[in-house]
Design a protein around this ligand. Structure first.
Ligand code: HEM
Length: 230
């Protein structure tokens, strides 16, 4: 499926949404929630690393990795390298973000993995890792034959879109869950913090939509390896 529209203008909108989402989550954790720390007596500061690293790392850097084939006027081989390095950064930041959520739970005597959000989260980071390793082996090193690569590409794109949509949905679920906890412990349902968190989730979903649309659109310069033909 290759749709008849150019992807590049959509990637500009996606970059703007990425900046807005990153600023909004930073304002939330730094101004409203007291900041972020790996070691702290106030265990909430350890948790605060989680939303920031999941949104900025897994969703935003991961989205930029997906769009790199459509947003950069570079040669195929260079774009491939940028794609795999950005995805590696996204996975590493995602793993540190999940580790921060576990550390917060462990040091606060809260049970681990009790929610749908946490089950989906573990599934997503595992599938993301598998997708990266299989992509690396088939498309980069040791690299399959041209036939194997062209047979694998549509599956790589399809599986990548599936995992990414799941990640965006789960981030929205995470914002909802945390805001529900905060509202149960007293913050105003229509207050400025609640609006900020809800709108951060809206921006996250819009960013995800533009990332996926850019995958379906045409690359600036058609090349064999662009994510257009699925
Ligand atoms: C796709 C991105 C995300 C993934 C893969 C993910 C994954 C996870 C995982 C695996 C846990 C379990 C930690 C444990 O059991 O000790 C967790 C906990 C949590 N996450 Fe996320 N998360 C993501 C984004 C977010 C975002 C953006 C928020 C917004 C605040 C958030 C809020 C929470 C909350 C409140 C918990 C603790 C309660 C629970 O375990 O469900 N998450 N997350």
């Amino acid at each position: 499926m290759a749709l008849e529209f150019r992807a590049l203008p959509l990637t500009f909108l996606a970059h703007a949404l990425a900046i807005a989402g990153a600023v909004m989550v930073l304002v939330w954790v730094l101004y409203y929630r007291g900041g972020m720390a790996w070691e702290a007596a106030n265990k909430n500061l350890i948790f605060n690393l989680h939303p920031f690293l999941m949104l900025f790392g897994l969703i935003i850097i991961g989205g930029e990795a997906i769009m790199s084939y459509k947003s950069l006027p570079l040669k195929k081989e260079v774009k491939k390298l940028i794609h795999l390095v950005l995805h590696a950064i996204a996975i590493i930041l995602g793993c540190v973000g999940i580790a921060a959520a576990f550390k917060n739970h462990n040091e606060s005597n809260i049970a681990n993995l009790y929610s749908l959000h946490s089950w989906l989260g573990i599934t997503i980071i595992s599938l993301y890792g598998i997708q990266w390793i299989y992509g690396f082996l088939v498309f980069f090193y040791p690299k399959g034959s041209p036939t194997l690569r062209s047979e694998c590409l549509p599956w790589h794109v399809l599986f990548g879109i599936f995992v990414y949509i799941l990640a965006v949905g789960n981030a929205a679920l995470g914002f909802l869950e945390k805001l529900t906890f905060l509202e149960s412990s007293g913050i105003a349902k229509y207050g400025s913090e609640a609006l900020l968190v809800n709108f951060t989730a809206v921006v996250t979903v819009l960013y995800g939509a533009f990332v996926i649309l850019s995958v379906l659109g045409q690359a600036p310069v058609e090349d064999d390896d662009s994510y257009s033909a699925i």
